[in-house]
Design a protein around this ligand. Sequence first.
Ligand SMILES: Cc1cc2nc3c(=O)[nH]c(=O)nc-3n(C[C@H](O)[C@H](O)[C@H](O)COP(=O)(O)O)c2cc1C
Length: 203
Amino acid sequence: MILAKLLVYYAHPGHKYSHANKAMVEVAKTVDDITFVDLLAEYPRHTINVEKEQERLREHDVILFQFPLFWYSTPSIIKEWQDLVLEHGFAYGSEGTALTGKTMMLAITAAGPVEAYTTEGYQHFPLRTFLTPLEQTANLCHMTFPAPYVLHSSLKAQSDGGIADHAAGYGRLLSAIRDNTYDFAATMDKDIVTHADLPIKGA
Ligand SMILES: Cc1cc2nc3c(=O)[nH]c(=O)nc-3n(C[C@H](O)[C@H](O)[C@H](O)COP(=O)(O)O)c2cc1C
């Protein structure tokens, strides 16, 4: 079996207080043959090593960012990473083809419930609307952007068993991406995927 090279970038400034992402990280660390990078553990003062990260990107096919939604966006170190690593001539521009054909995927936890992220809901916009800067970043870098893996109601999930299901699904997702059995194409017209509807071939 030919394995895909999967790079997971994790960012959570409150990792020690985390429930959902901590459970996901524990599962991710049991998945063999993937690269897991805790950005804040590696760069606690956000001093990102651009050359090292660009080399990591070159070496991987699928780049997955795992984070809790903070103010409708990523924790700030992911923005810093974008600003520094996705250089002109590397990631975009006429000579910037290093990421062409690769995949950018997100794994997000959000305290807001699924119905809040609608025009009528209290967040007023669909979750995907808040993610358009990341989606267009992927487009500009000639990367595909499949539906994100999302846990809504992430705080409530601490008490209703949702975290265990989501973390187990995360393990299946990472393993399937690595094994080239995750059907990215089947998610391109979806807003999000969850542990209950992961399109894994042969599952
Ligand atoms: C600074 C901050 C900003 C947040 N912004 C949002 C937000 O915009 N939308 C949302 O649904 N939840 C928001 N949350 C809630 C987090 O997404 C939630 O705490 C997290 O998903 C829980 O995961 P964890 O158990 O791994 O910490 C925010 C939390 C913090 C601390």
